[in-house]
Write a protein that binds this ligand. Sequence first.
Ligand SMILES: C[S@@+](CC[C@H](N)C(=O)[O-])C[C@H]1O[C@@H](n2cnc3c(N)ncnc32)[C@H](O)[C@@H]1O
Length: 355
Amino acid sequence: MLSYISAKEAAEKWNISQRRVAILCGENRIDGAMMVGNMWIIPSNAEKPIDKRTVRRETERKITLKPFVKWVGGKGQLIDELEKMLPSNGDKVLTKYCEPMVGGGALLFNVLSKYNFSELYISDINPELINAYNVIKENADTLIARLKEMQLNFLPMDDNGRKFFYYSVRDKFNSTQLTAETSAEKAAYFIFLNKTCFNGLYRVNRKGQFNVPMGAYKNPTICDEENLLNISGALQNVTIVCGDYSLSKKFIDKNTFVYLDPPYRPISETSGFTSYNADAFDDAEQIRLSEFIDDINSTGAKIVLSNSDPQNIDPDDRFFDDLYKSYSIRRVSACRMINSNADRRGKINELIISN
Ligand SMILES: C[S@@+](CC[C@H](N)C(=O)[O-])C[C@H]1O[C@@H](n2cnc3c(N)ncnc32)[C@H](O)[C@@H]1O
């Protein structure tokens, strides 16, 4: 007699989400799946359907993936330097990739475009960002439809129309709680706001509400359908976690390449960073991170950490030199903003710390 398993059991068995199982059942991609009441049941011997997006990725090799959001501290500038530290394809030891503070994922997307790690793990503490990664992985079509609609409405508008539209999306984003039902809608708002807000900043007030004003882009690409679909395919092999970087400890072992890129350390009372900042990564946090790094160092993992160099501001500041004295520290030149004032842009050093 044919036996059945629940969508939850199938999700566990195939290492995909329950939502993805429901979508596959709804698309008739699982032979013998049936709706009973409001739940899907699946023949226990059903095979995991081959994912269209994975097929697309496997057949079109060497697709260049780009970050789907602009992110403060994005490491686009440092990619060449970071790439030098990556294991070459086919490395027998470093077969796993872990980026526990992934942000916009400049290095992640480079890695997904060019390298063949067998297992990948990403995380971030920002739930809206991680929701966007998850929705791109699981439900890209719905996301793309919503973004296209917003793009079609927004771009032809005049300045006043765009302002009204932007602030009403911002209000909806802030008033909609993130749940399984609202996840695609919230990911669409999140990406729309990122593409149209001032400098692509993500900043929240004390109540956790996104409060960045509208930016002044003439023709922002709100829906890059091709990139989103390609990312969706590439993320099928990636474990995505919302939470503290320390959760990645379970994943990390001697076969893992770990890249950590924490938020900037607040430098001085006058730098403006001491005002309220949900992302503050103060000295105590930097020390906690260094202890985590010592901990995972003992597993034999290859670890690379980037940080802004406090000596850009105070040549005598040896905070990171002391904290990571038993690691290799390189100073590399990068061009980026050191705070949100455009007039503070310039060439500065970044630290690349590794074991
Ligand atoms: C400098 S950004 C990373 C930028 C990224 N490398 C890129 O290319 O866009 C730092 C990230 O760390 C995340 N973060 C802050 N505290 C964290 C924590 N305790 N655990 C995990 N992620 C954290 C922030 O949300 C932010 O996305």
